[in-house]
Every structure is written in C-alpha cells, then in structure tokens.
Design a protein around this ligand. Structure first.
Ligand SMILES: Cc1cc2nc3c(=O)[nH]c(=O)nc-3n(C[C@H](O)[C@H](O)[C@H](O)COP(=O)(O)OP(=O)(O)OC[C@H]3O[C@@H](n4cnc5c(N)ncnc54)[C@H](O)[C@@H]3O)c2cc1C
Length: 391
C-alpha cells in the first residue's frame, strides 16, 4: 500500500461518462489511469439495459444539442471501426392534444421538442392524428385525442456497447484501466491529488470523478445537497402478437398518456429479433442509497407497470415479464437547474472535477461530454461551455 502510482490524470468511474473521458484521453496520448469498482459495462450503475433513447431535438434545452451531435459523430467513428452502437429507428412522441407533458425539468416537453425541431431543421415535426397513428403503428392503442410526432433520425444507442467500444479503443488498456478497485478517499497532498482505493494509492495533477450514483455521497457539498439518487426499473414484457411490432415502422416511443406527472412511459421496439419489448417509466419520489437499494423487482411492481402504462397503450404485449432490472438516476433537484447536469470543481479538493451527467437523459450526450471534459482539462479550445452546468 505504500507505493504511490503516479500518472497525469485519474478518471474515477468508467461508466458512460468515464469511458468517454478515458477514450478521449487515450486518443490524445495522455498518461492516465481509469479506475472502476466493477468491470464496465456492468449492471450495477446507470448505464445498462440494452438501449438508451437518443435524439437531436432535445426537449431538455438547446444547450445540449452540440453535445448529442458530437456524440453521434464519435459513435459513428467507432462504428466505422466495427462497433455496432446506434439504431436510427425513429422516435415517436405521443401525447394527448393539449395535455400536460412535464419531464426532465421542462414544463411542456412536447412543445420544447417541437421548438428544438424548428431550431435544428427549420420546421416543426408534422403532427400525426389518431387516424394516421392507427394506420401506421398497429403496435399502439391510441385514443381519439392522441397526437404523435416522429423524429426520424432519432432512435436508440446500445449503452453497454458504447462503453465497451470506448474502453476497447483505449491504447494499452492493461496499464490504463483498472477494474475491481473501489475508490475510498481523495486528498490533495501538496504534490498532487492522491486517490486511495481498497488496493492501491494513485497520484495525479488532475482527477475527474465520474462515479454516477455514488457521486453525491462521495463528493458532498452541493453535489450531495442537490443530487438525488432515484431507483428506476426497466421491464421487458413478452410479445403475444409479434406481427404488430414487425411492420416497417418500429420506432422507439415516448408517451404522455395522461395529465399527471406519472402518466408517462417510454419503450423500444424488439431489439435484434427479441420476442419482447422493453418499457420503463420514471419515478421522482423514492430516493435510495445505491449500495443498499432494493435491486430485486417485485411481481407487484411489474404488475403495476403493466396495468398503468402497457395495457392501455400497447397492443400485442402480454403481461408476462421476461426480465427486469433496476437502474439509478442521479437527479438534479435544484430549482431552476432541475433536471440538468451538474459539472464543476470539487467543493474542497483542488484539481478535481466532478461530472454528474444523468438526471435521466445523459447517455446520448456522454461521448461528446467526455470530449468536452478532456478539452477543458487539457486547456484545449472547446466548442462546448461546461460552465453552463456549474453547481
Ligand atoms: C432506467 C434509465 C433509463 C435511462 N434512459 C436514458 C435515455 O433513454 N437516454 C439517455 O440519454 N439517457 C438515459 N438515462 C441516463 C443515462 O443512462 C445516464 O445519464 C448515464 O448512464 C450516466 O452515466 P454515468 O457515467 O454518470 O454513470 P455510470 O455509467 O453508472 O458510471 C459510474 C461508474 O462509477 C463506478 N464507481 C462508482 N463508485 C465508485 C468507486 N467508489 N470506486 C470506483 N468506481 C466507482 C461505477 O462502478 C460505475 O461504473 C437513463 C438512465 C436510467 C437509469
């Protein structure tokens, strides 16, 4: 334990954000060590479950658009090397005409998305009425007052594969990436930032903490005060009428089907020929500690998900649960910054940058954000201003 491993940059946590940072450091030939308590991609944090929606018409705010666009470019470069990361299935937004659509801090997410479409493409997405929706999408059970908007270039990315691809591209991974070590402490010792794990000691002039749901407790200060860790569940229900889902139009979807905040869910078409669909909703009530949180998904939870969201809205989907997994949002609860990322200096330790890019919508931005963080660390010019997300 006495030997201190010296490096230039330490990346703590190698999930969506940490893997992106590690990849960008490696591309620039920076001497760094990336550390994770598990072996990413894994199923214990915020980045698992086969699919994450990605879209360039970003209802959470125009400031995110350069990030997702850059992520798409980075993932396209990785796909050119043989990785399979992004599926352009389209994303269908569904809502009740004139209804409420509160989400991720936006008061009217549908309106914000339509405004984003104007900003990005010069025109609003065309509105589809119930008749058009029934004709084109037999997998959905739409009410007469349902309206839809298709963002054609949106779809989903494969989160585990994005993480694996970026880590696989890290040069000399045996040296730079350390799996199975838990970071236990952090201090500036006069010569640099000393990072302690349960197995070793490291020192660097710069440290980035990208520890996902474990950040608030580890960092403290504003990060503990403002960020809540929320348990979420992803469900896969078996198809009993796969033909309905096999048509030419099989988009991912985001559906506001009632006026209450909880009347929203989203889902994905069957992936790679699966006989099931993945659906999920969001909850902002019950916080948890990621180390002691209930990971098991109960039959009652699955039944409630089916009754509340699936049964009334989806066709050809049975109540048989094929799989379910828990996952964490690290959610910014701070007034006007509600639902935003939180990125900034560590409250007490100089040389340390803290990156919380979740609030339920961070994956699509992670590759571009990793690059922006590295540009900031190295003093490179950057197209992106991270102070937008200062705590
Ligand atoms: C159910 C669900 C659905 C989502 N849907 C979408 C979506 O459709 N679109 C979208 O864009 N985003 C979505 N998100 C958000 C997105 O997945 C997150 O923003 C993103 O995964 C966060 O990545 P992260 O790197 O911060 O955390 P993680 O990927 O969890 O990485 C944190 C890493 O830190 C490591 N770590 C923690 N503590 C320590 C320690 N002490 N020592 C060493 N290592 C440590 C962990 O092992 C982990 O690997 C969703 C999130 C959830 C949970």
């Amino acid at each position: 334990m006495d030997r201190v491993i010296e490096t230039d940059v330490i990346v703590a946590g190698l999930g969506a954000v940490g893997a992106a940072i590690a990849y960008q450091l490696s591309r620039r030939g920076v001497d760094f060590v990336g550390i994770d308590r598990w072996a990413p991609p894994h199923e214990s944090g915020s980045s698992h479950g086969q699919s994450r929606i990605t879209r360039e018409f970003v209802g959470e705010g125009p400031e995110y658009v350069p990030l997702v666009r850059r992520s798409h470019e980075i993932w396209a470069d990785l796909e050119a090397k043989g990785h399979r990361l992004r599926e352009r299935t389209g994303l269908l937004y569904l809502a009740r005409k004139g209804g409420m659509a509160r989400r991720h801090g936006a008061e009217d997410f549908i309106r914000a998305t339509l405004q984003a479409s104007v900003a990005a493409s010069g025109r609003e997405l065309p509105e589809l009425d119930a008749r058009a929706l029934r004709r084109d999408y037999p997998q959905f059970r739409v009410a007469d007052d349902t309206v839809g908007y298709l963002e054609p270039e949106a779809g989903f990315v494969r989160p585990e594969m994005c993480i694996a691809a970026q880590l696989a591209e890290v040069a000399e991974p045996a040296r730079a990436l350390v799996f199975g070590e838990t970071i236990t402490g952090l201090a500036h010792d006069g010569r640099g930032v000393r990072v302690s794990t349960d197995k070793a000691q490291y020192r660097a002039s710069k440290v980035v903490l990208a520890m996902g749901a474990w950040l608030p407790a580890f960092v403290g200060g504003a990060f503990r005060e403002k960020l809540q860790v929320l348990r979420q569940v992803q469900y896969w229900f078996r198809l009993d009428d796969p033909a309905r889902w096999a048509g030419p139009r099989a988009p991912a979807f985001l559906w506001f089907h009632g006026d209450a905040d909880a009347d929203v869910f989203y889902g994905f078409p069957p992936i790679d020929g699966a006989a099931s669909v993945k659906v999920a909703t969001e909850q902002y009530v019950t916080t948890c500690d990621p180390d002691s949180c209930e990971r098991r998904v109960s039959e009652a939870e699955a039944a409630a998900m089916f009754e509340t969201h699936v049964r009334g809205q989806l066709q050809g989907v049975s109540r048989e649960l094929v799989a379910a997994t828990t996952c964490f949002y690290t959610f910014n609860t701070e007034g006007p910054a509600k639902g935003r990322f939180m990125i900034g200096p560590h409250p007490t330790t100089p040389g340390v940058t803290v990156v919380s890019a979740c609030s339920g919508h961070g994956f699509k931005h992670s590759a571009g954000l990793g690059e922006a963080v590295v540009q900031q660390l190295l003093g490179e010019p950057s197209a992106f201003d991270l102070t937008l997300f200062a705590p």
